[in-house]
Design a protein around this ligand. Structure first.
Ligand SMILES: [Zn+2]
Ligand SMILES: [Zn+2]
Ligand SMILES: [Zn+2]
Length: 272
């Protein structure tokens, strides 16, 4: 665990159905190439021994087993759609190991939906051992999490607002079809960008691939991964068609980025 690097695992690169899609016989859903088998969209950030999960996907348990994730120290929620949230009950397994509540971060609106949709977690005081122990922390501007500075990036996902997150040279922007100008200002100088690029056909709440490529080129990260992919995307067939700095994400993909000092909260900023 190097305190100057940020490690990233793409836990899931798939759209809300997961790929293969139940009952679908298309070439991608029948493909044996592991890059065409996609669990629901999520990522893990690790820094100095802390694991930060982005979203609790419907496939969280399987993703944690597959990547041997032993602890989760915080969750950043992008928004409250089921594919990003409904694995929340599986946080309980991490509570049982750590004996500590897990802090959840997100917009006020997203965390209200978490509380309303999963009221049994927050209201069931009679059976505390059978529900996850979670605490809610609404955020709207840059905040410190462990030693990392995290910036929420407001995005438009149809008529809904979703958050992306930036941490040093890395940004994760899933579920969006528009990035406001003020948010683009927060995305300069990235080494690695993960961006929604659902499918080739247009969609009302997600960038399609042509739009995502155009946006990736405008943001200008050194490397961009397109995620939240549908079964229209055949990785071995379609990946070579993308521009050189852009590629399709796949489950289990790993990166390690050096963190500049401004991405890490300095010792003198810390509370005693
Ligand atoms: Zn299919
Ligand atoms: Zn969504
Ligand atoms: Zn989604």
């Amino acid at each position: 665990m190097d305190s100057t690097t940020l490690d990233i695992i793409i836990l899931g690169s798939g759209t809300s159905t997961g790929i293969p899609v139940v009952g679908c016989d298309c070439a991608v859903c029948r493909s044996t190439d592991p890059r065409n088998q996609r669990t629901r969209c999520s990522a893990l950030l690790s820094h100095a021994g802390h694991n930060i999960l982005i979203d609790t996907s419907t496939d969280l348990r399987w993703q944690a087993l597959r990547e041997d994730i032993r602890h989760v120290d915080a969750v950043l929620y992008t928004h409250s759609h089921a594919d990003h949230l409904h694995g929340i009950d599986d946080l309980r397994g991490f509570n049982l190991r750590s004996k500590e509540p897990i802090p959840l971060y997100g917009s006020t609106r997203t965390l209200e939906r978490v509380r309303d949709n999963f009221s049994y977690i927050f209201d069931d005081i009679e059976n505390p051992g059978y529900v996850p122990r979670l605490s809610l922390f609404p955020v709207e501007a840059t905040f410190a999490l462990f030693d990392l500075l995290i910036t929420p990036i407001p995005l438009l996902h149809g008529r809904m607002q979703a958050f992306g997150y930036r941490c040093g040279p890395f940004a994760y922007l899933t579920d969006c079809n528009e990035i406001p100008e003020a948010s683009l200002q927060l995305l300069q100088g990235l080494d690695l960008l993960v961006l929604d690029g659902l499918r080739f056909k247009p969609h009302t709440t997600h960038f399609n691939i042509a739009q995502a490529v155009q946006m990736a080129e405008r943001i200008g990260a050194k490397q961009t991964l397109l995620t939240h992919l549908s079964h229209e995307v055949d990785h071995p067939r379609d990946n070579p068609q993308l521009p050189a700095t852009i590629e399709f994400a796949y489950d289990g993909q790993r990166f390690s980025l050096p963190l500049p000092t401004e991405a890490i909260r300095s010792r003198r900023d810390r509370q005693p």
